[in-house]
Design a protein. Structure first.
Lengths: 188, 188, 188, 188
DNA sequence: CATGAATGAGCGTTCATTCAT
DNA sequence: GATGAATGAACGCTCATTCAT
């Protein structure tokens, strides 16, 4: 019967946190995040019990946004190479178009306030992507290495590629392709 | 640069900072670092003007330690493949044997208190390694991409490989080899 | 005084406040009291304008509960000694059986949010008891001291006795008697 | 070799806490206590690790001040009656002359941040007084009740008497005597 | 120079109270 | 009236940095 909790406000806080963390790092004051989100200081804590909770939720939010972007419109019947390139392109686009989300995710990824549970959930949301990766691994020269290692290689190359695209946006598309070729050579 | 009295103390502080940052992140109190180093609270600031200065110096220290480990004993006359593998093995060993240094370096690498000057110096200190990389790039399939991109790919794969080695130490040597093969396929 | 809708809710809040204050002290959040009472956060403030008002009302409620227990079933025609002992026993029983009310009353009694008006009203509510006390005073060795002093002595001894009864419940009845004897010797 | 911790400052904080607590209750901000003591906000915490620690230390300080005042100049060879009256007078004087200390001690005494250890230590500092009480108990009509009960009675009457003296300072000395007579009748 | 007490701005969080639903 | 989200002042405590010893 009372004013319901607003999903919009929650999202505004998450978006503000993304921006503020990208700009100031994880030490950014919650008060600044709240202000940036257009809510009061105290309201942040009705949506997220602690700053750490906010971090964990944001981590998942960003990770799943990235994952779902990557597999968006995946051509299910195309060749593995085509499917992977499609996904790769989506991934690179997400990284290039959302540098703040990416930076925030990087920072959250290395900080130790993210719980093992969140990290596990982070893997879950990547399931679609993981399934594709698994097929690539199983049919390529890395068929004998573990999935985590395989995934980690792929992620690393992706990160390096996005960095490169951001630093030289004029040639972004070409860098995207080069990165993919590197990856394909490594794993095919 | 007026050398402070005791190089030992300076080193103790850097070593303590490495440990403490690895354990607690960059938010760790300077007082704790000082304590861990066996010096007083205030003394830390006679060796490093600010916490940020300490971070920048430590970043360089760690990066150059890593770089010099990597090129240690480089067989100058061997084939490129042999030289690279030698370096790669050194690098992997450094990473496996100094997880705290590596974690501290990772955290420092993504935080924005590290100045562009420090990052540039970080590259300088990698000169020996960079020269080898440059030769690999120039003679391989990535001859048309920029050095930063090439280096970034190599670093990424290295990081992924070290992670893997640390998580499964029993097979470390084998993972080292697999990582190298991945890299070689990607760049040869 | 416009009665709020539900006297039940008001009482539930007072009872909850008693429990919560006994457990957590006067710093206990109003939200917790509301929760414990089974009403919403905001509703508490339709029954009590401020937290201070709640405290003042509760103070009176507890004090009058104690006072009316004390004089319950007073044998009007018995000797003073018998009347006083009857009252004393009631008082001790109230204290032993309602430790939370007693503790809350103690805390409220020393905090300075209780207004002089409330304290005055607290005396009014003790009128029945006071009248008996007055007769005791006037006929005993303390006939020359002021009533407040006399009452305060009696209250003090009562409190000490209840404490003792609570700490050694096995002998409660005996302690009750001993306390009364002390009092009687002091005032007779 | 550095600036030593100043006992003066510690005492200033304790004195300030006494005043501020007496005036505002236990909810008084530490910042106000610090200000009143003439030290910075943060300095308070170099002398007392937490607000609760400050409360516990202050409790002991006040209690031992009271206890040592009470037994000051005790005429060891006088009669029990004379000895007790001497102590009683000291006690009453302490209470009358230090109303803030007394109020702070009252508040601290009922709050549940005071640890059982502090309460135990509080009894220890009253040892001198307790020994005298014990002799009174053993030779009087309360010889069959436990010491804690006896002590609690005595304390209660003392508190009531001090209150009375404070409220009517003109007759303080006389009230002191009356209170003592009440006590003596109760226990002799 | 070494020490560690002093400083005070700053932070995460709480909570009495208000107000939209 | 009932609800619980919204508000923002306030609080306890931390910590980089300074400075007296």
């Amino acid at each position: 019967m009372a004013r319901p909790r607003s999903e919009d406000k929650r999202n505004a806080i998450l978006a503000a946190a993304t921006r503020v963390i990208a700009a100031q790092g994880l030490g950014a004051p919650t008060a600044l995040i709240a202000q940036e989100a257009g809510v009061s200081n105290g309201s942040l804590f009705t949506y997220f019990k602690t700053k750490t909770d906010l971090f964990n939720d944001l981590y998942l939010e960003l990770k799943s946004g990235m994952a779902s972007s990557a597999v968006d419109g995946l051509p299910a019947r195309a060749s593995l190479h085509r499917q992977l390139f499609h996904t790769w392109s989506n991934w690179m686009r997400w990284g290039s178009e959302h540098p703040e989300r990416r930076r925030a995710l990087t920072l959250l990824g290395v900080c130790d306030e993210i719980t093992p549970q969140s990290r596990a959930a982070g893997h879950t949301v990547m399931a679609g992507l993981a399934e594709l990766m698994e097929r690539c691994r199983a049919h390529g020269s890395m068929r004998n290495v573990s999935m985590p290692f395989f995934a980690s290689i792929m992620t690393s190359v992706a990160d390096a590629t996005i960095d490169h695209m951001i630093q030289d946006p004029g040639q972004a598309e070409q860098h995207c392709k080069v990165g993919f070729d590197v990856l394909w050579r490594a794993i095919a």
